[in-house]
Write a protein that binds this ligand. Sequence first.
Ligand code: GMT
Length: 375
Amino acid sequence: MKLKIGITCYPSVGGSGVIATELGKLLAEKGHEIHFISSSMPFRLNKVYPNIYFHEVEVNQYSVFKYPPYDLALASKMAEVAQREKLDLIHAHYAIPHAVCAFLAKQMVSPNLKIVTTLHGTDITVLGEDSSLTELIKFAIEKSDCVTAVSDALIEQTNQLINPDKDICTVYNFIDEREYHRKDVGNLKQDYGISDDEKVIIHVSNFRQVKRVQDVVRTFKRIHERIPSKLLLVGDGPDMRNVSQLVKELNLEDAVLFLGKQDNVAELYSISDLKLLFSEKESFGLVLLEAMACGVPCIGTRIGGIPEVIEDGVTGYICELGDVETAASKAVQLLSDQQLHQQISRGALQAVNQKFHSTEIVNQYEQLYYNLLQR
Ligand code: GMT
């Protein structure tokens, strides 16, 4: 049975928007009809798909309102699309505001419209601690027909912080294997001024403070003292000023390349030997999976869902938060032992192709939709 599915996400660059869009694309490839309902075109929706539709939520600025009522406009758009297109379900990525809006739309349309909500982390770890929103997040979860989270750790955290009366199941994130694989990138490494004998270490994030990019720089300093290497910093965000200041203080200006926001990160992973992600909050860490799919071993912190993505000693290494000494010595060991590097790189690829394979994950979502509609 082909389904008609509404998907709502934050369309801007960010893991949750990437997952929502890639899921929509793969479901459409399986013949389902997908309706994206959001404030702008999801950024990964970069070509025409005959059974994917985009419905833009427009918010008018009326002088009587201090704030434009985006959430109400979204709920109203969801109801309009659900009714006209006869949607079977809405898949909301984020409990608030998206699942709340979907609940409102359901009240307007029909109790038969099902709501699937996926928790991505930021909605729980940040907002769950804001007591003014806790009850609303709980409500959004409990009123959804089915709730998934991107890691077991996020479920545990949700239960601790919010304690909803709802079973939540884990559906891991995935990547599009057709995009993320090691590519032949010609002279890209030399074009960046990196010599053949230098190792390339990479960090990709939105440079929010929770990503602890300064720990990446401190770790790199220790690696660089022992191994000829360069650090690629990819992305931009509020912590960038502090990070560049630290790079200066540590005299690393010639060894660190600030590449800003980049679209084709698979090409950058293809010249990389190691990826570092030292976040203090991370429900999954999609960027780890992207690197692993390109055969790049990762070192991450024992935080949130990271240890579910990196199996310590098998597909990468896990370190304690802030322990840059241990992180650096694991990195040096990995970068100076070719056999070990190959072994971990193979382990990472295997995990991407089994535990996190897109076919498997998309099937899990599809099965979950069917179960819901048969109830
Ligand atoms: O990490 C961010 O700053 C972006 C955020 C988002 O909402 O897009 O990412 C969250 O969702 C991703 C997709 O499920 C996860 O891979 C990230 O780990 C998660 N971020 C946090 O938990 C901080």
